[in-house]
Design a protein around this ligand. Structure first.
Ligand code: SER
Length: 888
């Protein structure tokens, strides 16, 4: 039989479900949209969560609501219950990023069809031997008060050809699927496959190995029967409808159908493995050690590339930190095991993008950007690796066992795996305290588990008091009106916070970077201030200063017009800025983040280097030209997405758009963007655009901050005042810059002269002291005294000078006071022969420093010290004499 390619297998799946009236939906980005409960998209059902929760009827496409859908979703699982990063690559069937083939019923078909179709696809379309398949069903759970899923067991028995002893009941851990801490969930039924040779299968039935982590008996498909919503207090609430959510591990089913034992031997991975082989001049299969490294790299490049393409980037916390860890793990394996000492990961993006361009075009579209971000991160890390090795050498020097803390630090800060550290230690005949290292790792895991979790946000409807029982969400009228008659559909007080949901509203709710509106809502003499507006599931939540006494009736909602106007200027200016950046820097510039407020705007975009003053000036100039052209803004609602794409509208990767979009055009040849925000009518309204800062946000991402409208006017006037002040200070109005330059250079010359004079003065003071040197009875010449107003440095120079002048039989002790700062400096210089007689400069000066409230020391020939009691200098000089007299 000809082996099917992975692309064909994916296509089979789509075809099968298309024939069962499913719509094939695109994969959502791996960086979740609008779901603060998730770090990464971890299942195909994530994008359908609102449908399962009953907040949306079904999947909307071209005005048609679909009750059945199927797709392949790119998912990342690197933490939590689903995966352990440290294991990936060591086995052959776990991945950081994997594709999940899924089919869904939104309140349409249920267990029967899900099971029958699953069986049909596996055994009839793909011809998998039923003898090798096992089905698990939920055994029930007392804590949740749930009975066993007899219904599913019965369907397996009567509607498929599976043998009764291949149906197994398992507990909550394996057969109750939950998206996370909260959210849609339900009992599930899994299909497992036994890939062992016939002989072994005869000896031990596969049923004994299901769910036992045996790589040859593994889960391939999970059929979840979604019926509940898990709430924050861990109770289960029955959902209004019953749904199906299935997920099949694509890489695993490809391995099964291609007859491979390892996912890495399938064409999902071989193009990457081959490329890694070329770069490292090694073949897969040469040794277990290099194979693991190749698998780690082939796996990790997929997770890293798609995370970056979908809008995340390596960083120090949250999602960014996870990406950084994955990338570093791969780089380190390449560096250590395959001898890849130069950045190499970015070179694999090309292969991956090509391979998946038909199914996930997002990567090829942003290939250059993704390569750059990865390369920058690799470079940084390789440098760190070098430092780590140096640190390792200094940590282990003189020790037989490297302490666990040190090994942990190498692991945590420099990404050194423990086996690398142990290997390096062994190379020197030494060991590592692995036990303590393991303890520290465990502690860290625990920390990561608790801090890595996003706070669970519950869409807790019971907290709201409904005023209007058939609340259907909020109609937004704020594109056309800033005032409207509205009614309150629901209200809530939680703690100090009061909030209202309105049936319709002119208030813009925070989204797309634009902040929410403020204003007031009034009725019958009652005024309620609106402080902020956010939206969730089609409802606009107005955060207010207090709740209405009586929410019934009609209210007048009025937006703060002035503030909204400034926000609009900033939003339209953001579009001009985006277009100007692409025109001046190049089309690799893509939006990576944006904040539009009334006072300023902030725009993050992909670009690899800092923008110099000249470039910033060009950008500012272009935007201001577009403002002066007073371009009419064209706003179109309900444009089919394909039409918008055809017109070259800028879309954000990682953003999920509906079928109909809103398009904002400012001259079709300059700026066309998909956008839900509010804008000025014509660019002239913006008045003036001024960049106030440029900085870096992350590897390959720059940030520009700017002001427009009234804020720009204020900014310019403040700047004018500043310039006026400067001019009057430098005393000239025509060329203050030259005057300032002259002032600065004069200052430098004067400082140099002053320094020279100070040294001259000090030298002559020293000469006086040398001339009045005391000859002590023990044949020591003591040069001592105060040198007024000199620094420690000058004092030191004088010390050398004194030794040069009197190289024999001398002790010099000098002091200088800085009374303003309450400091005193001391110096001692001792000629070699006197050192031999027992006076050491370091010790002497240390002893004297105690008297002036300080400390210090140094070499035996020359040493300095400082103190905080200048008034004690004379005492110190007296003490010097005593010390000198004491020796023979
Ligand atoms: N949501 C289920 C899973 O991820 C089935 O798609 O396993």
């Amino acid at each position: 039989m000809v082996k099917k390619t992975s692309a064909e297998i994916r296509e089979d799946f789509f075809e099968f479900f298309k024939n069962k009236q499913h719509i094939i939906v695109n994969s959502a980005p791996v960086v979740p949209q609008d779901d603060p409960t998730l770090l990464f998209t971890n299942a195909g059902m994530n994008q359908f969560k609102p449908i399962f929760l009953g907040e949306q009827e079904g999947y909307k496409n071209n005005d048609k609501v679909w009750k059945r859908a199927a797709n392949t979703q790119r998912c990342i699982r690197v933490s939590g219950k689903h995966n352990d990063l440290e294991e990936v690559g060591h086995d052959t069937y776990h991945h950081t990023l994997f594709e999940m083939l899924g089919n869904w019923s939104f309140g349409d078909y249920f267990k029967e069809e899900a099971i029958e179709w699953g069986w049909e696809l596996l055994t009839q379309v793909w011809g998998i031997d039923p003898e090798r398949l096992y089905a698990t069903v939920f055994a029930g759970d007392d804590e949740d008060g749930l009975p066993a899923d007899e219904e599913a067991a019965e369907i397996w028995k009567s509607k498929t050809g599976i043998k009764p002893d291949h149906i197994l009941k398992c507990g909550k851990k394996d057969n109750f699927w939950e998206m996370g801490e909260i959210g849609p969930c339900g009992p599930c039924s899994e299909v497992h496959i036994d890939l062992r040779p016939d002989e072994e299968r005869k000896k031990q039935p596969g049923s004994e190995l299901v769910n036992k982590d045996d790589p040859r008996v593994m889960e391939i498909w999970n059929l979840v029967f979604i019926q509940f919503n898990r709430k924050k207090n861990s109770s289960l609430v029955e959902l209004p409808a019953q749904h199906v959510d299935t997920g099949m591990g694509f890489e695993r089913i490809v391995a099964v159908l291609q007859g491979e034992k390892s996912n890495y031997d399938t064409d999902v991975f071989t193009p990457l493995i081959d490329e890694i082989g070329k770069l490292a001049r090694i073949s897969y299969g040469e040794s277990e050690r290099s194979d693991i490294a190749m698998r780690v790299i082939a796996d990790h490049i997929r997770a890293v590339s798609f995370s970056v393409a979908d809008g995340a980037s390596p960083g120090n916390d949250g999602r960014g930190y996870v990406i950084r860890r994955i990338l570093r793990r791969a780089v380190r394996y390449g560096w250590d095991t395959l001898g890849l000492k130069e950045p190499f990961m970015h070179k694999l993006v090309e292969v991956l993008a090509e391979q998946l361009k038909a199914v996930f075009p997002e990567l090829i579209a942003q290939k250059a950007y993704v390569q750059n971000v990865i390369e920058a991160e690799e470079k940084g890390f390789i440098k760190t690796l070098g430092q780590g090795i140096e640190l390792f050498q200094s940590m282990i020097a003189g020790k037989a066992i490297l302490p666990g803390e040190d090994a942990f630090m190498l692991h945590d800060t420099f990404g050194f795996p423990i086996d690398l550290t142990s290997l390096m230690a062994r190379e020197q005949g030494k060991e590592v305290d692995i036990t303590h290292f393991d303890e520290l790792m465990l502690e860290q895991k625990e920390r990561a588990r608790t801090s890595g979790k996003f706070e669970a946000v519950d869409s807790d409807q019971e907290e709201w008091t409904l005023v209007n029982k058939d609340d259907k969400g909020t109609e937004f009228v704020g594109y056309d009106h800033l005032e409207a008659n509205v009614s309150v559909s629901a209200y809530r007080r939680s703690g100090k916070e009061a909030a209202l949901v309105l049936d319709r509203t002119p208030f813009y709710a925070e989204s797309g970077g634009q902040v929410g509106d403020t204003g007031i809502i009034t009725s019958g003499g009652e005024h309620i201030r609106v402080l902020d507006v956010k939206k969730t599931n089609g409802r606009f939540i107005h955060y207010v200063d207090h709740l209405p006494e009586n929410p019934e009736g009609t209210w007048e909602a009025v937006v703060d017009r002035e503030r909204r106007r400034e926000i609009q200027k900033n939003h339209t200016a953001t579009h001009l800025l985006h277009a100007a950046l692409r025109e001046i820097l190049g089309t690799h510039v893509g939006q990576k983040g944006s904040l539009v407020e009334n006072e300023r705007l902030r725009f993050d975009f992909s670009h690899y280097e800092a923008l110099d003053t000249k470039t910033l000036d060009q950008i500012e100039e272009l935007v201001n030209h577009k403002i002066q052209e007073n371009i009419d803004l064209k706003e179109e609602r309900n444009v089919p997405i394909k039409e918008a794409q055809r017109r070259g509208a800028m879309m954000l990767f990682g953003e999920k758009y509906g079928e109909k979009v809103r398009v904002i055009t400012l001259d079709p040849s300059f700026s066309v963007e998909l956008c839900g925000g509010t804008h000025v009518k014509a660019t002239g309204e913006i008045g003036y655009f001024r960049i106030i800062a440029e900085s870096s946000v992350a590897a390959g991402i720059r940030r520009v901050e700017a002001v427009t409208g009234k804020a720009a006017d204020r900014y310019l006037r403040e700047e004018k005042l500043l310039v006026e002040q400067l001019k009057s200070q430098v005393g000239t109005t025509d060329d203050p810059v030259s005057s300032l330059e002259k002032l600065i250079s004069d200052k430098k010359t004067l400082e140099k002269e002053l320094e020279k004079l100070r040294l001259q003065l000090a030298t002559s003071a020293l000469n006086n002291l040398v001339n009045s040197a005391e000859s002590l009875p023990n044949n020591i010449k003591l040069i001592r005294g105060e040198v007024p107003g000199v620094s420690m440095n000058v004092l030191k120079q004088l010390g050398y000078e004194s030794l040069r002048k009197s190289p024999e039989g001398t002790v010099t002790v000098l002091g200088s006071k800085d009374e303003q700062n309450n400091k005193v400096y001391l110096l001692a210089a001792v000629s070699d022969d006197v050192i031999g007689r027992g006076i050491k400069a370091g010790r002497l000066v240390g002893q004297l420093a105690k008297l002036v409230g300080g400390g210090g020391g140094g070499q035996s020939g020359l040493a300095t010290a400082g103190g905080r009691r200048p008034e004690k200098l004379n005492e110190a000089l007296e003490e010097a004499k005593k010390v000198c007299m004491e020796i023979e």
